[in-house]
Design a protein around this ligand. Structure first.
Ligand code: PEP
Length: 264
């Protein structure tokens, strides 16, 4: 497929249940100090703190006019209601949240989130003009049974089904092989490219060229400064969803600056 659209890389730090709001503020001040305007021109950056930190982080981003985008790790699909403990996408958008992770494997595995739930969340996130980062990926058992394509493409089809090309163009899909999350094991860059390339082909088939050329596809799974450049050299990988390595602002800054430490 010829590629007329330049996709700006997106590096997203998923802090999971780490960093209280004081720690988040310190982290962000350090990250902002380490990143230059050239870095932000070359790469979009989002941070996804715990819900309790979001207001503090938003205030800092606004006050210091930081170029970092605010993200959330999860949300409910309804605007409001009797959903104890859940967080409304409407409330997130009021806090200038721009990206919301949905369908992370930890939410799917530990909290029973289904493909149908993920599809409803995508609609809710887009209704409030935020960008969903939709996570897909296979377990080790599925991989070893040769079921990677079947599992991942099933999740992708469910996420995209019934959406317009415009809606898909603005989405982010993160391929996160579950066996690589937090384990120190990374998919080889060519394995990651093979699955991510297949996701783009699936988008092409379902929604056409514009959606396939525009949708940003991230890789996630033990990404660090030492392996990001090789992953980013692959034609269909447009960024990374980073867990553990994003908890350290200096390491995350080096990931954002992958273009400066490309191996020859
Ligand atoms: C994640 O949390 O989405 C993730 C990919 O974690 P890690 O980078 O630690 O593997």
């Amino acid at each position: 497929m010829s590629n007329d659209v330049v996709r700006k890389p997106l590096m997203s730090g998923n802090w999971k249940m780490h960093h209280n709001h004081f720690e988040s503020i310190q982290y962000l001040q350090k990250l902002a100090y380490l990143l230059t305007k050239e870095d932000f021109a070359a790469c979009d950056v989002s941070v996804h703190p715990p819900f309790t930190d979001i207001r503090s982080v938003q205030t800092l981003i606004d006050a210091d006019e930081l170029k970092v985008s605010l993200g959330a790790q999860h949300c409910h699909w309804d605007d409001k209601g009797a959903f104890t403990g859940e967080v409304s996408p409407a409330f997130l958008s009021k806090l200038n949240v721009q990206y919301v992770i949905c369908g992370h494997s930890e939410r799917r595995e530990l909290f029973g989130e289904t493909d149908a739930d993920v599809a409803k969340k995508i609609s809710a996130i887009q209704k409030y003009k935020m960008t969903p980062i939709v996570c897909v990926g296979e377990t080790l058992a599925e991989r070893e049974a040769g079921l990677t394509t079947q599992k991942v493409m099933g999740q992708v089809r469910s996420a995209l089904d019934g959406r317009s090309s415009e809606q898909i163009e603005s989405m982010v899909i993160a391929y996160e092989p579950i066996w690589a999350i937090g384990t120190g094991r990374t998919a080889t860059s060519s394995d990651a490219q093979a699955v991510i390339g297949a996701i783009r082909a699936q988008v092409l088939e379902m929604s056409g060229v514009k959606a396939a050329q525009s949708v940003r596809l991230q890789y996630g799974g033990s990404v660090k400064a030492a392996n990001i450049a090789e992953l980013m050299a692959q034609p269909d990988i447009d960024g990374a969803l980073v867990g553990g390595a994003s908890l350290d602002s200096a390491e995350f800054a080096r990931i954002v600056q992958f273009r400066l430490h490309r191996t020859p």
